[in-house]
Design a protein around this ligand. Sequence first.
Ligand code: PBG
Length: 328
Amino acid sequence: MLPTHRPRRNRKSAVIRDMVQETRLTAHDFIYPVFITEGQNKTEEIKSMPGIVRFTADRVIDEIGQCVELGVKAFAPFPNINEVLKDPMARESTNLEGLYLKAVADIKRQFPEVVIMTDVAMDPYSSDGHDGVVDPDSGEILNDPSLEVLGQMALAQARAGADIIGPSDMMDGRVAWIRRVLDENGFSHVSIMSYTAKYASAFYGPFRDALSSAPKKGDKKSYQMNPANRLEALRELALDEAEGADMVMIKPALSYLDIIREVKNHTHLPVTAYNVSGEYAMIKAAAQNGWVDGERTMMEVLTSIKRAGADAILTYFAKEAAAVLRRG
Ligand code: PBG
């Protein structure tokens, strides 16, 4: 018997394939994480992230200008804080004259139309390298004392001009806490994109190189989620929705495409996914060895994240992928 159904008919030419294509990437889908460091007019390579650098605050302005030209208009800056400014309470994180918040204010002054999402977590400023306050005796990460610090951090970021606050710390109750602090201080217009399901992942390694922010002791498993868990992501989703999150995020993306889909099917909020540093590094490493076609792999991976249900993607590929899309 010859086949009655021939799905290949829908693949028979480039025009037909384009016509029936279900998922399409655009530069508007991307949020570009950028690393900021002290100094002037220089960039520093990050060995484990080929093609990604730390920018001094003046140079990040040029980078953002180039991205805007390519249609990328949302950015997630992260600071590489000088070791001497780190302390157990992450005090530098509220310094409006410090590296990070000055850079944020500067970007918003130069490019009022771009969206800046700032990161709320103590690790870049913490002498312990943890996202919350560490009990000096037990080494435990203390939830409620951390909320106090995170709320003040978010408020300072709003004052610097952040459009979206991105709590990446995974403390319990932080979305409601931050929402209240923002609202009480006249920042009810500032959004919260919660890192809803952030897993205790091995894929964050290169990011911790970029910011010298690896935990000095222990790991993050008492606050970041167990990679084996799916239902727990839905529990976190329900809490973030109830606490007033405007958008939710899954992180990492590639080993968690099922979670992205699951969350997308359970919420009316926009869903984003963070294609993290280790996922970027793997593709770059394989491409540099000639083992995969870097450009095609990049586009396939980004498309798969969107197909899984992500409305926007935080990715170190943002600029490169936008250039590919522009070229057509
Ligand atoms: C920390 C934070 C991390 C990332 C974003 N915010 C690392 C961590 O939790 O240790 C990782 C991003 C990446 O790997 O690209 N609050």
